[in-house]
Design a protein around this ligand. Structure first.
Ligand code: TTP
Ligand code: MG
Length: 357
């Protein structure tokens, strides 16, 4: 059995706004264009949801439901930046990740070794780490098949987790309302209801040939879902799994010696993180990140098979060439792990070597 985690951020855009402006925390807010410009709500926080405000609703309608709703203009760049941070956190656990949107992704942790392979504990750790490092809450679903993991992440929102074990899978799916299955929209749900079909167990009791005839191509997918069959794996992005550690300095520093002193302190922490993320310690590259006093940041990497602390000393003068008189406000170190493709390529080149000997 596979182990999938689905992570979905809670009222994502609204949560970012509440984090960055605490005055918005306890009042109903929505992200969206104003009603006089025929705006639409992107999302809203939970206090606003109590009034019935929803994503994709016309702002005018939302203002009717909740007259003291505070409208906030969206900041896509900030949401994208938080999304990137969240993605980087996920990559510490597995590189088999399928992002669905800025705030949502599937992870396949079937072969992850952290927490003795417990997908539940991995999911809890991801949620905790996301909160520690971004101040945002995420909800998680854990299940042996993809679509159930997605449904599960919605069960205990916000800031919740729902685990469906292989033993619970069949009965969980049986009781599932059909409209919760991804792909079953309003129209399909109505067609199903006309046949008296409301839950997956209703479909199970329905004649298969009749069902397939009525619902065409999507019918067989839906039939399978109702029987807890979902053989899809993840469409994996090619991002490299990496770990890093960084520190923002109390005061800007300038010289090679000062930066090196910071790096020497970071190295053992980086080694710790690497050990946790990749017990065999193999890496693909190691690098340094600097953020200058004007907030411009830069990274430089060196290909390496194993972490070599003195390599940072070789890299440092090269990256400092980009300093151009500016102070340095942040120093970071990172290593990227080899992907499966890298290790296959390595085996291949060793093979070549052998055959040419
Ligand atoms: P969702 O995950 O659907 O919603 P959410 O994160 O705001 O709330 P929940 O706690 O229920 O998960 O969407 C993620 C973000 O995508 C959301 O914050 C804003 C954006 N979005 C839109 O811009 N328009 C839409 O119609 C929807 C559904 C989302
Ligand atoms: Mg969300």
């Amino acid at each position: 059995m596979k182990k999938f985690i689905h992570i979905d951020m809670d009222c994502f855009y609204a949560a970012v706004e509440m984090r960055d402006n605490p005055a918005l925390r306890d009042i109903p807010i929505a992200i969206g264009g104003s009603s006089d410009r025929r705006g639409v709500i992107s999302t809203c926080n939970y206090p606003a949801r109590k009034f019935g405000v929803r994503s994709a609703m016309a702002t005018a309608q939302a203002m009717k439901l909740c007259p003291h709703l505070t409208l906030v203009k969206g900041r896509m760049e900030q949401y994208a930046e938080d999304s990137k941070k969240i993605r980087e956190i996920m990559l510490r656990y597995t590189d088999i990740i399928e992002p669905l949107s800025l705030d949502e992704a599937y992870l396949d942790v079937s072969d992850s070794e952290q927490f003795a392979g417990s997908a539940t504990r991995i999911a809890e750790d991801i949620r905790q780490t996301i909160f520690n490092e971004t101040g945002l809450t995420a909800s998680a679903g854990v299940a042996p098949i993809k679509f159930v993991a997605k449904i599960a992440s919605d069960e205990n929102k916000p800031d919740g987790i729902c685990v469906i074990t292989p033993e619970q899978l069949d009965s969980f799916v049986a009781a599932l309302p059909l409209k919760k299955i991804p792909g079953v929209g309003k129209v399909t749900a109505e067609k199903l209801a006309e046949l008296g079909l409301h839950t997956c167990s209703d479909v199970r009791a329905f004649p298969q040939d009749k069902f397939l005839k009525r619902f065409g191509k999507y019918g067989s997918v839906l039939w399978n879902r109702c029987h807890a069959i979902d053989e899809r794996g993840l469409s994996v992005s090619r991002e490299r799994k990496s770990v890093g550690i960084e520190t923002t300095l109390a005061q800007d520093i300038h010289s090679f010696e000062e930066v090196w002193a910071v790096i020497e302190k970071l190295i053992p922490k980086l080694q710790d993180r690497l050990k946790k993320a990749s017990p065999e310690l193999a890496i693909h590259n190691q690098g340094i990140k600097l953020k200058f006093s004007d907030f411009q940041q830069t990274t430089m990497e060196q290909r390496m098979q194993y972490l070599n602390p003195t390599m940072f000393k070789t890299l440092l003068p090269k990256i400092l060439e980009r300093q151009q008189g500016r102070g340095i406000r942040l120093v970071g170190l990172h290593v990227a792990m080899p992907t499966k493709a890298d290790s296959q390529q390595m085996a291949f080149s060793f093979g070549d070597l052998e055959s040419s000997l």
